[in-house]
Write a protein that binds this ligand. Sequence first.
Ligand code: CTP
Ligand code: CA
Length: 225
Amino acid sequence: HLLGVGTGPLAGKTAIVTSGPTHEPIDPVRYIANRSSGRQGHAIAAALARLGADVTLISGPVAIPDPSGVRTIHVERAEEMRDAVVSRLPTDIAVMVAAVADWRVAASANQKIKKRADEAPPSLELAENPDILKTVGHHPQRPKLVVGFAAETQDVEANGRQKLDRKGADLIVANDVSPESGVMGGTINRVKIISMSGAEDWPEMTKDEVAERLAALIASRLSAN
Ligand code: CTP
Ligand code: CA
């Protein structure tokens, strides 16, 4: 699959996808992060490319390979991810799948913080990270279709709908990430698609199947407009 010569329902469309966690440095050797394998975001980038879209994947640090047929840009911190996304607007499609760390360390240390027998453990002061989905959803160059995820451990639909409204998204893919769901780090997912017009439960399927079906839904929503 060659980049940018797609045929298919998304030929001629551009897409940005974020994936993976972000790493927020404490010092040069330590960081805070969310749990995220990048599997779902990478699969969505690949599925959009298979439908012909010109896809830029902006990925935090993950252990899986770059998907084929996609331009991949590697970033570490949320602020870098935000800059990489915003600098690529306008696009037709944005799918924000990354598990962005909500907070960064307000003043990360330039040198490794050392343990000292005579001192209490350090405390960390946190600062809130930019909300990349919200930035894109309210941007003057807003993509035609903005899709977010909602990782919830309870009240999945209500929390997902709040995110749809607050962040200016067209679709929210809400999933239950409570430990007993087995979704985190695994290959299966069970999602609910939330839009202005309602909510739809998709059956349990692999993350690749969710990606395939979401890419098809994105293509049909774009062609309906
Ligand atoms: N997101 C983002 N930038 C952030 C935080 C979240 O772009 N700083 C995006 C995620 O990629 C996802 C959506 O927002 O598409 C929802 O992420 P989530 O963590 O579920 O929502 P939050 O708004 O951070 O709320 P909370 O973690 O408190 O549930
Ligand atoms: Ca969050």
